[in-house]
Design a protein around this ligand. Structure first.
Ligand code: BGC
Ligand code: BGC
Length: 631
């Protein structure tokens, strides 16, 4: 009987040795066939291993193509045209541009981003992608999200702690939608209010950005980047973006934005570099390079190609160990020759390139540069290591997909209360004859002006779209609705152009406003935005203030030329771009909170007085830096 059984039943050791041979063969095959793959456990997949070891292990397994893929950031619309590319090219990052407000709910955003993430995980090594957006004053790409005052208003509040709380809420309302990375804060120091990005700055005094940067970075990143309430922060734009000289821009019709900063190195360091130092010390995960050029006396050099400033100063001297991202097509501006642009940018120290359209060309160009030996593999390894370090820190290898469990908190009353508090704290009272303010709340009030009932104007640029729009897409309360809410006992008549009869109103409130704009399209003189009171608003001031006691509230991203209109004005308030909570503008008007804000920029008499900064020879502003009456 026994003799008819198969050999391995009679002698089980045959089976074991056959198995052992098979296993050994498999191990050898894996070892030989998969590049960089050793028979040991995959350290990079081990959540218990230190991040540095995981990074080293992973980089050791990557091909040059996979590395260059990690350094590539594409805009969603561009990859949508080639659905296989995220997987085939191993693209490391995607972004939504300022106008890519694609979905109405956190769940719909998350579903889209999770879809791209699946494609990224479908690669040989399964490296997750990192998704970025400009949630510069709230996640405005999500209509129901709360919108905070733009930075200039937060600077007026002189309260970095409050700005940090606002940032933490923005982080929560951003990560819940599947987005991991925020292109904020701008730690720019606006030295000429004609700059279209003045409102993205905390003010002309570098001390403000120096103080705000750590608090806001901490607000975005939290104590733990893996948390569903944290996003990777970006200090931008490195360096000198707010110091460009009028007329030096060569981009389209821009005048200041993307232009040239001409300073001594000592000035550049004390004014524009200082906030990056505190942002780096606070652990900011990424830094975005500025479109502008710096001229330290040797001719202008595009910052995107400036090895001294990026590798020498930022990474070397300041010890920045996060990654450096270029700005939107910013690399292209270095040279007419694209290969030269790419080579110069990467060699200067840029780690990830916001291409964001022609990413296939970027990838093939960088690969050819490496092949030719003009970009070293060690530079590539450094770039990729920095990017992967932040991906591990974000916990993306363990939790690549969105966690929308906090979706119900988006735009909650609690979050809106903080935005209202920030709006109220940012109001600056510039004139208050006969203590007209605060109002009692039981008056008969006549309200006029283009900013009174315009959520879009009080949100400004970077709100639902790149340039923002008069017709807001975000949810919120206009200033008029805020007045009605805070003073239910007041009898309010509203007429935007002041054409309704003023009758026996006790007091007028004229809310003048700039229309929304962003970047160089908002440079004063470049287009429609000239820092002047519009004819309609000027007529409203005249009609109302010529008749009755009146308050003028200025809704703007920067000082405007108001002096010629002040003759009959009793009280004047700078409201900046207060965001979605118009009640915050009404609070101090009716004494619910004090007026406590102070000017974060000098207020010129005339637009032509710019650039105007405290300490300038012959400094003669309408209101100086730091001015603000208290109630
Ligand atoms: C801006 C950046 C922004 C990027 C992505 C650029 O035009 O300068 O501040 O983060 O676009 O939208
Ligand atoms: C994008 C912005 C970007 C800008 C730069 C816009 O189309 O939406 O994100 O900053 O272009 O020119």
């Amino acid at each position: 009987m026994g003799a008819s059984l198969p050999a391995f039943v009679r002698r089980p050791e045959i089976l074991w040795s056959a198995l052992a041979v098979a296993i050994a063969a498999a191990v050898v095959t894996v070892f030989l066939v998969v590049p960089g793959n050793s028979a040991d456990a995959q350290v990079y997949r081990d959540p218990e291993a230190p991040i540095a070891e995981r990074v080293e292990d992973l980089v050791g397994r990557m091909t040059i193509e996979e590395k260059v893929g990690q350094m590539t950031q594409a805009v969603v619309g561009a990859v949508d045209a080639y659905p296989g590319d995220i997987t085939d090219l191993g693209i490391g990052s995607l972004l939504s541009g300022g106008s890519d407000a694609l979905h109405d709910t956190p769940e719909a955003w998350a579903e889209m981003i999770d879809g791209y993430q699946r494609d990224a995980l479908d690669t040989r090594l399964g490296i997750p992608l990192v998704y970025g957006i400009d949630a510069v004053h709230g996640n405005t790409a999500l209509p129901g999200a709360v919108v905070f005052p733009h930075n200039i208003g937060l600077g007026a509040a002189h309260d970095p702690e409050l700005a940090g709380r606002a940032a933490a809420i923005t982080a929560e309302e951003t990560r819940v939608a599947g987005v991991h990375w925020n292109f904020a804060p701008c730690v720019c120091v606006a030295r000429d209010s004609r700059w279209g990005r003045t409102y993205e700055s905390y003010g002309e005094d570098p001390g403000l950005a120096v103080e705000y940067a750590p608090s806001v970075v901490q607000g975005y990143q939290g104590d733990d980047l893996t948390a569903n309430t944290s996003v990777l922060a970006t200090a931008k734009h490195y360096v000198g973006d707010g110091g460009t000289e009028y007329g030096t821009s060569t981009t389209e019709d821009y005048l200041l934005d993307q232009g040239v900063v001409t300073l001594t190195e000592a000035e550049l360091r004390s004014i524009h570099l200082a906030p990056f130092r505190t942002a780096v010390d606070a652990g900011v995960g990424s830094v975005m390079v500025s479109f502008s050029s710096v001229d330290l006396g040797y001719g202008p050099l595009k910052t995107h190609g400036d090895e001294y400033l990026i590798s020498g100063v930022l990474k070397g001297e300041l010890g920045f160990d996060g990654f450096v991202v270029s700005d939107w097509q910013g690399v292209d501006q270095i040279s007419e020759d694209y290969a030269e642009s790419v080579r110069t940018a990467i060699n200067a120290g840029i780690d990830m390139v916001m291409v964001p359209f022609e990413y296939r060309t970027f990838i093939s160009t960088l690969l050819a540069e490496v092949e030719a030996g003009r970009v070293s593999e060690s530079r590539i390894d450094d770039a990729v290591s920095r990017i992967l370090t932040q991906k591990f820190a974000l916990g993306l290898f363990e939790q690549p997909y969105a966690d929308t469990s906090g979706a119900a908190d988006v735009g909650s009353d609690e979050h809106r209360a903080v935005a209202r508090e920030a709006a109220a704290a940012s109001q600056v009272l510039l004139r208050n004859e006969d203590d007209l303010l605060p109002l009692a709340g039981d008056e008969s009030i006549y309200v006029a002006g283009s900013g009174a009932d315009s959520l879009g104007r009080q949100l400004g640029g970077w709100s639902g779209s790149w340039q923002g729009s008069v017709e807001a897409v975000n949810e919120g309360t206009s200033i008029l609705a805020g007045l009605e809410q805070v003073a239910p006992g007041a009898a309010i008549t509203y007429s935007e152009d002041a054409s309704e009869p003023i009758g026996d109103a006790d007091v007028g409130i004229v809310v003048v406003a700039e229309d929304p704009y962003a970047e160089g399209l908002g440079d004063a003189g470049a287009g429609e935005h000239d820092m002047l009171v519009s004819d309609e608003d000027a007529a409203a001031i005249e009609a109302v203030c010529g008749e009755i006691d009146c308050v003028v509230i200025v809704v703007s991203g920067r000082p405007i030329e108001i002096e010629p209109h002040l003759d009959d004005v009793d009280a004047l308030v700078a409201a900046w771009l207060p965001g979605s909570e118009g009640a915050g503008v009404a609070d101090p008007l009716f004494g619910e909170t004090p007026y406590d804000g102070r000017l974060p920029v000098s207020w010129p008499r005339l637009v032509d007085d710019e650039p105007l900064n405290v300490g300038d020879d012959g400094y003669d502003p309408l209101y100086p830096l730091g001015y603000g009456l208290q109630t």
